[in-house]
Design a protein around this ligand. Structure first.
Ligand code: FE2
Length: 518
């Protein structure tokens, strides 16, 4: 913990108290027990606090935190807002040792089960009987109810001493919290630890210490990006990620945590690892291995097989109206940075069309882009998607899906330069192998954000479930800019930039096929 970050922590607490940010409808800073933590870093023995959903988000939440050394009886004491604290749930300790600098990280995971849906809980993290942190959360609703979720990737940490870090990461975490989502999904590239190879555990520490102002109050569900690959730390370089997050299982045994799904209300989230299928590769020299690590095809088709089964089952599940796929590298991007990737189009997109996925959320390019509603392909080898509508305000999700690149979480560099042809038409560069690219027209590109004044932001989704079986359900998406954070204004207010409403037919209609494939 650096001096600058300790100052930032104090500032964040002041911010929370000043604007009354809520956690599941509860005041975070004003109550006697919510979000209390010792002011000096050297007195804190529970830090990097973050929540994730279990397999059933309405009834299971995992509280995870890091301790600098082994502690006795790490546990969470759980309570309700009106009934006081009750049962104690002991934590499981997982550890790993960074291959580059030998630093051991101890992560505690307390799995809270048997919870009630859509219910506020308070919790205390304790070690040896001493309270370290107190906060609150709300379980997910179940059934067809309105709810909100948020999405952004490419966050980095807020300590500018590290590569890729910037103060904007702090603004992003605060902005997410200000929207009070049931869950935040992270579109990969979390801490950028592997951009700081001799300090990977330290960068993770700064990342979680920054994001916990939100992730201690509501689940943040992550996906793997290229910057979660730390060569030398496990077979895929994911050992840090896998140790730090306790995520729903995928049944693979060997690749647990790398991909998974969970359902909130009538929305199924499918969280994918695109490092397994994309062609583009990182280049660089790594401390432990001496070379970059190519992960393309590492699961041997296990992830694809899981995805097909998950989507097939969802397609006949009458409790699921919406399917949202979350990933890192984009299938569709006109960014001048990394652009599109054919491997994602070849592996995932046919299944997305076949089983009626509604949204594809990605990051990687540090910009914002929205596609028109698309379905199928109209171009051969590069599998360019076919545009089914150019309506910018209304999307018929029964007919097509929308790609969103939301890689504007706060990392230092931003990529808001988009490719165009000689007549100003959008074009794209597509990665078609490890080193080769092709350039094509991109008529599917609907909205880009070349305004470098506001290079950061986040996506907010509001679900309206409709009123009766077979009714229309809507999902309204709004992309907000997060103005650049400064030391004087670390938490600037978000500004609306782009919005549309998607509509689809509920899957519980009488006598109708449960879900129309696209
Ligand atoms: Fe990335």
């Amino acid at each position: 913990m650096t001096e600058s970050m300790e100052r930032a922590r104090v500032s964040r607490r002041s911010f929370l108290g000043g604007v009354g940010v809520t956690a599941g409808g509860l005041m975070v800073a004003s109550g006697p027990v919510f979000w209390e933590q010792a002011a000096k870093a050297d007195t804190v023995t529970a830090e990097q606090v973050h929540l994730t959903f279990g397999a059933d988000p309405a009834r299971e939440v995992v509280v995870s935190w890091v301790t600098p050394t082994a502690v006795s009886n790490p546990a969470v004491v759980l309570g309700t807002t009106h009934g006081g604290f009750g049962r104690t749930i002991h934590a499981e300790t997982l550890t790993y040792t960074d291959s580059n600098n030998g630093v051991e990280t101890l992560v505690q995971h307390a799995r809270l089960e048997g919870l009630q849906p859509d219910t506020d809980y308070v919790y205390k993290i304790v070690s040896g009987g001493e309270t370290q942190v107190s906060s609150a959360f709300r379980t997910a609703p179940e059934g067809r109810v309105p709810f909100r979720f948020t999405s952004v990737g490419d966050i980095a940490c807020g300590d500018t001493a590290y590569s890729k870090a910037s103060l904007n990461a702090m603004a992003t975490a605060a902005a997410i919290e200000s929207f009070d989502p049931v869950v935040h999904v992270v579109n990969g590239d979390l801490s950028y630890a592997n951009s700081n190879q001799l300090f990977q555990p330290q960068v993770w520490e700064e990342y979680f210490d920054n994001t916990q102002l939100s992730s201690a109050n509501r689940p943040w569900m992550p996906t793997l990006g290229n910057h979660e690959n730390e060569p030398g730390n496990g077979p895929q370089g994911y050992l840090s990620y896998q140790t730090r997050f306790a995520l729903p299982g995928n049944g693979s045994g060997e690749f647990e945590g790398n991909w998974y799904s969970f359902q909130v209300g009538s929305v199924l989230f499918v969280m994918l690892d695109n490092n397994d299928v994309c062609y583009q590769i990182d280049t660089g020299t790594y401390v432990s291995t001496g070379d970059n690590q190519i992960l393309t095809g590492y699961s041997g088709g296990a992830q694809l097989k899981w995805l097909e089964r998950t989507l097939r089952e969802a397609s006949t599940d009458c409790s699921i109206d919406w399917i949202v796929a979350v990933m890192h590298q984009p299938a569709m991007s006109t960014s001048d940075a990394d652009g599109s990737d054919l491997g994602i189009r070849q592996n995932w997109m046919p299944l997305f069309y076949q089983y009626g996925v509604d949204f594809v959320l990605a990051g990687h390019d540090h910009d914002y882009e929205r596609s028109y509603a698309v379905r199928g392909t109209d171009s051969g080898t590069i599998l360019r998607p076919h545009v089914v509508s150019t309506d910018l305000t209304k999307v018929d999700s029964d007919k097509g899906l929308v790609h969103l690149v939301i890689g504007t979480g706060g990392t230092k560099g931003h990529d808001d330069v988009y490719q165009t042809g000689t007549a100003g038409e959008p074009t794209e560069t597509i990665n078609v192998s490890g080193t080769a690219t092709e350039t094509e027209d991109a008529p599917w590109s609907a909205v880009t954000d070349p305004n470098a004044t506001y290079p950061w932001g986040l996506g907010v989704f509001d679900v309206d479930p409709g009123r009766f079986p077979g009714d229309k359900t809507t999902m309204t998406f709004t992309y907000y800019h997060t103005p650049a954070a400064t030391a004087a204004t670390p938490y600037p207010a978000p500004i609306e930039f782009d919005s549309f409403t998607a509509t689809r037919t509920r899957s519980d209609g009488f006598g109708f096929r449960q879900r129309d494939a696209k």
